[in-house]
Design a protein around this ligand. Structure first.
Ligand code: C2O
Ligand code: CU
Length: 456
């Protein structure tokens, strides 16, 4: 099994010629079900996972910009589930946000997703119900939207990074699911990283080969600090959206849910994807056998822009704020409990909140409120600030839209807000519907850091 998946990985470039963007796309079946894969290091046994088609990651969905994705969720696990298409500026009804845009799909039941993809870039899909458990068990896959004219590369490689919490035998640590410590601290941090569900895969390359690397973090909570060794790399996109081309020197941050695309030229025989934060853990190796070209190709051209509306910095812009509070070392004294949380309501003190599994609040509310925190007319520019008054970093993800970070100028759908700091963004609320805004550290989301806004 591993050998086949490795071969698939190595041959991924062949996918580029597949006419996935034909007018009527074939309907794909996405079946979350149980599977068994080798995740851990040599000498450990297989792990029982949940994956789309029983594998992790799920199938790569590749479509041309402006094309359609048609996928049927066939629920083969014994929990309700949904599919959320992370980062896609999608038709609201297809967003997969459990209890907000659709009812979770019961075991054995089906749901048809069908939507068009307005932006080229690197996206991914995962459940949006009980995601702290379902994503951690392996339910996720890549969704790649190709530019009308993709940049010229020798190979286009998707690398989904994950950070598993494994037992010494190599199985999933199931005992710690729902741990109050994880929920009130940094979330479910793992102890064993993988790439495309593989432990330290070997991806053969050639000297001088030019790769497009699409990195996706499917980790529950870990902010990864990757580094590319033996490659000359330029960052060309973040969170799917084209970014000014800059040469990547050294390590960078990749928070849960975030993506980054590089054009990377192989310049050493032992190129590697490293995790700098983890005492230089080797995530993947790229052994070079043979030579593809000798001359350096130089800095790549920027990607063509996506059709995103530019926020207007006029008097009509609405200033809005998300204040993040709670968690260990800054415990909530009290908070209002969001009306979508079953079984509890009203204002609770910290102890009662903790008893309900709620440790975090956004604007004084723990959990999904019954009413949106913003009710916007379509086309309104929102200047959205995030203020982190907790002791932990949070990666705030909003659905259906991308925001422009004031400081970096980058478009993102998932912004990393460091402890005791503030981050300013702006976006145009031009996609009608009800959209979630939550921390993508999935235990934080479940522990209260979730809200939503409405665009008329
Ligand atoms: Cu990747 Cu609301 O999720
Ligand atoms: Cu968080």
């Amino acid at each position: 099994m591993q050998v086949t998946r490795r071969a698939v990985l190595a041959g991924a470039g062949a996918l580029a010629v597949r006419p996935a963007w034909a007018a009527t796309p074939p309907r794909l079946e996405l079946e979350p079900r149980r599977g068994e894969v080798q995740l851990g290091p040599e000498g450990t046994g297989p792990a029982r996972i949940w994956g789309y088609g029983g594998a992790v990651p799920g199938p790569e969905i590749r479509v041309r910009q402006g094309g359609r994705v048609a996928a049927t969720l066939v629920n083969g696990i014994d929990q309700p589930t949904t599919v959320h298409w992370h980062g896609i500026r999608i038709d609201n009804a297809m967003d997969g946000a459990g209890h907000l845009t659709q009812m979770p799909v019961e075991p054995g039941a089906r749901f048809d997703y069908d939507f068009t993809v307005p932006d080229a870039g690197t996206y991914w899909y995962h459940p949006h119900f009980q995601s702290w458990e379902q994503v951690a068990r392996g339910l996720y896959g890549p969704l790649i939207v190709e530019e009308a004219e993709p940049p010229e590369v020798d190979r286009d490689l998707v690398l989904i990074l994950d950070d598993w919490r494994l037992t010494a035998e190599g199985g999933l640590d199931e005992e710690s699911f729902g741990s109050g410590h994880d929920w009130s601290h940094a979330g479910r941090l793992g102890n064993w990283p993988t790439v495309n569900g593989l432990p330290q895969p070997e991806i053969p390359v050639k000297m001088g080969e030019r790769l497009r690397l699409r990195l996706i973090s499917a980790a529950n909570a870990t902010v990864m600090v990757p580094r590319l060794d033996g490659m000359r790399a330029w960052r060309i996109a973040v969170d799917g959206q084209p970014a000014p081309v800059v040469e990547q020197a050294g390590e960078f941050l990749l928070a849960p849910g975030q993506r980054v695309d590089f054009i990377a030229d192989i310049v050493a025989e032992d190129a590697r994807l490293m995790l700098a934060g983890r005492e230089n853990f080797v995530m993947a190796t790229f052994p070079a056998e043979g030579e593809m070209r000798r001359e350096a190709l130089g800095m790549p051209a920027p990607l063509p822009p996506n059709p995103l509306a530019e926020p207007a910095d006029g008097p009509d812009a609405l200033a809005a704020e998300i204040v993040m509070e709670g968690g260990a070392m800054a415990w909530l004294a009290e908070a209002e409990v969001g009306g979508m949380v079953e079984g509890v309501s009203g204002t609770l003190d910290g102890r009662a909140l903790a008893g309900a599994g709620l440790f975090w609040a956004l604007n004084g509310v723990a959990g999904m409120p019954e009413a949106p925190f913003l009710d916007l007319e379509r086309g309104r520019t929102v200047k959205l600030s995030f203020e982190n008054r907790t002791r932990f970093p949070h990666v705030m993800h909003l659905h259906g839209h991308h925001v422009r970070e004031a400081e970096t100028g980058l478009w993102r759908d998932s912004v990393l807000v460091m402890p005791d700091s503030r981050l300013e963004t702006a976006f145009v609320a031009d996609n009608p519907g009800d959209w979630m805004l939550h921390c993508h550290m999935l235990e934080h989301q479940a522990g209260g850091m979730a809200t939503w806004f409405r665009v008329a």
